[in-house]
Ligand binder design. Structure first.
Ligand code: PRP
Length: 190
């Protein structure tokens, strides 16, 4: 087991677990009302979105399909490189399907922009976006989020699927790191 060099007690909790759970339930309600009766494909963007998607899907009271894709824009650094790479593709065609992209966080918006453009070339019936966290101050492009959870400040955050150098994905809350804390985590991974 790799221990994080920072104790959970030393993290600044931005969003407690109960607030996240309430928001996820509310988002699922909005998604369920919008798509009720229509087949829906939820697409989790790995790795970060898996925790959010797992909770979201359990609040949707009808059958949905789930798939995962993986794109990367960051290494261990805290800033987007601006480059997005498709690392794992859909397991089935999305042609003719109502697709809901499920993201843990929108930062620069570059990942989402790339994804929507890419997915639309595959002729789905529709593509919408559900993102738990959004950092509007960081947007570098127009971003349309159909179902948005929390607007958060321009802080580096971990937890609920989000990591820093692989640490804290399993934290049930969302915490903000200081620059010193994120540097310590990156160093510990080396
Ligand atoms: C995060 C997040 C989004 C992307 C958002 O993923 O899950 O996919 O960054 O950033 P952007 O709006 O600046 O493009 P990340 O690349 O950190 O990978 P991970 O989910 O595997 O940790």
């Amino acid at each position: 087991m790799t221990m994080a060099p920072i104790a959970v007690e030393d993290l600044e909790i931005l969003l407690p677990e109960k607030d996240i759970q309430a928001e996820v339930k509310a988002l699922a309600g909005r998604v369920a009302s919008a798509y009720e009766g229509r087949p829906l494909l939820l697409v989790g963007v790995l790795k970060g979105a898996w925790v959010f998607l797992a909770d979201l899907v359990r609040h949707i009271p009808f059958n949905v399909d789930v798939d995962f894709i993986k794109v990367s824009s960051y290494g261990n650094a805290t800033d987007s490189s601006g480059e997005v790479k498709f690392e794992m593709d859909f397991s089935h065609s999305i042609q003719g399907k109502d697709v809901l992209i499920v993201e843990d966080i929108v930062d620069s918006g570059l990942t989402l922009k790339y994804l929507k453009k890419n997915l639309l070339t595959r002729k789905p019936a529709s593509v919408r976006v559900c993102a738990l966290l959004d950092k509007p101050e960081r947007h570098q492009t127009d971003v349309e989020i159909d179902y948005r959870g929390f607007e958060i400040p321009d802080r580096f955050v971990v937890g609920y699927g989000l990591d820093c150098a692989g640490f804290f994905r399993n934290l049930p809350s969302v915490a903000a790191l200081t620059p010193e804390q994120s540097s310590a985590l990156v160093q510990a991974r080396r």
